[in-house]
Design a protein around this ligand. Structure first.
Ligand code: HEM
Length: 363
């Protein structure tokens, strides 16, 4: 039986609260619970906005490239009318760029090997990387080489969220592009079969807290995953997985090597909404790192709050996104503004990874 119905976001939990009989201690108790929940939601909703890092600003290109954001959005509107898989691809590119030596466009660089050759970047779509460079080309022909690929990556992810039905919001800009990349950090990206304790530690190492983690993982409301990323749950017959979902996944993924994919959000896979959390409450999360958020005591309450209140989820997602978008940014005279997103400007310098060892993952 579903915890919160598919069609009504407030769902059965709220219905049950509304249907509670009046004139009893239990109705007073229910009132107390509702008030506490609303109060907690308000506190969560009105926390201070994330600070802006030195060197970044919300109006960074207002003089040098005033139409930047319109150009990015119009370009993506056109792309998304033709394909619907590039929105999630752009969002995951943003995450994998920012988590590896900061939001500096390092993931976009060609290398032999480069960050994209890390096993955890295997699913990164080359066509979406090309879209980032297409936008860069349009922007540079309008304004000259003033806007970095790192900023375009962040703007493209922000627009991917909005154009998929999510919140619209401003992001601080002014990042510069890196001159190098890091295979070692790319190999340390978080793993889908981690439990919450490990996920929280990984994000805490980037100064992202429990609310950021639960909200940012809500990005798994769009997109798809390859069998090998969740096969661990099938082979172990994970008791935390809904039986119907397990059946579908087992037929989609006969082996871990199957090249098939499955939606990250079984309810509304193409819409940026709060159904990801409804899925978790119904044991229909795809990865261990998703479903375990509804088991760990530190994250379970947030999953419930976001499942019941989409606005709260959107507010917290925006905060987390802005925080993550400012991780270890290069600003001022650091780095450069690349003329092409996959290459550093001084073509003579040879790009070598900081560590060129590729770790073989257990899936
Ligand atoms: C503990 C943290 C996370 C883990 C372990 C994780 C893991 C994964 C994995 C394994 C996939 C499937 C890749 C594939 O099969 O090609 C995936 C897809 C995706 N992830 Fe995450 N992720 C995490 C956090 C995030 C965050 C913070 C975001 C963005 C804010 C994000 C956005 C996405 C999106 C949009 C997709 C779908 C990609 C597509 O359809 O092309 N993820 N993630």
């Amino acid at each position: 039986m579903e915890v919160i119905s598919n069609d009504t976001p407030q769902g059965k939990l709220i219905k049950q609260i509304k249907m509670a009989k009046p004139s009893s201690c239990s109705s007073l108790y229910s009132l107390f619970i509702i008030c506490s929940f609303l109060l907690a939601s308000q506190f969560l909703a009105y926390e201070a906005k994330p600070p802006v890092e030195n060197g970044l600003s919300y109006s960074f290109y207002s003089q040098t490239c005033p139409k930047l954001e319109t150009t990015v959005r119009n370009h993506l509107r056109k792309v998304f009318t033709k394909t619907n898989w590039q929105a999630p691809a752009l969002l995951v590119i943003f995450f994998h760029d920012c988590f590896v030596q900061g939001c500096d466009g390092s993931l976009l660089l060609d290398g032999n090997p480069g960050e994209r050759d890390s096993p955890l970047n295997r699913g990164i779509a080359h066509r979406a990387l090309q879209t980032i460079d297409d936008i860069r080309e349009a922007v540079h022909s309008e304004c000259g080489r003033v806007v970095s690929c790192a900023d375009i990556t962040v703007l493209a992810a922000r627009d991917a969220v909005f154009l998929s039905g999510g919140p619209d919001f401003a992001v601080p800009l002014g990042r510069r592009d890196s001159l190098n990349f890091s295979m070692e950090e790319a190999n340390n990206l978080p793993l889908p079969y981690n439990i919450t304790n490990v996920t929280l530690k990984t994000f805490a190492s980037k100064n992202l807290d429990v609310t950021d983690v639960v909200a940012l993982l809500g990005a798994h409301t769009i997109g798809r995953a390859h069998c090998h990323t969740f096969y661990n749950r099938l082979s172990l017959l994970d008791p935390n997985m809904d039986k119907t979902l397990a059946k579908i996944l087992n037929s989609t993924c006969p082996t871990t090597y199957s090249r098939n994919t499955f939606h990250l959000d079984i309810r509304t896979p193409k819409v940026f909404d709060n159904k990801y959390y409804v899925n978790l409450m119904n044991h229909q999360g795809l990865f261990t790192c998703d479903q375990d958020l509804f088991i760990d005591k530190r994250t379970k309450g947030l999953v419930e709050a976001f499942a019941l209140n989409q606005t709260l989820f959107f507010n917290k997602f925006v905060d987390g996104f802005i925080r993550m978008s400012q991780l270890d940014v290069l600003t001022g005279n650091q780095g450069e503004v690349r003329a092409k997103c996959n290459l550093i400007n001084n073509k003579k310098s040879i790009l070598t990874p900081i560590v060129d060892r590729i770790i073989q993952l257990p899936y």
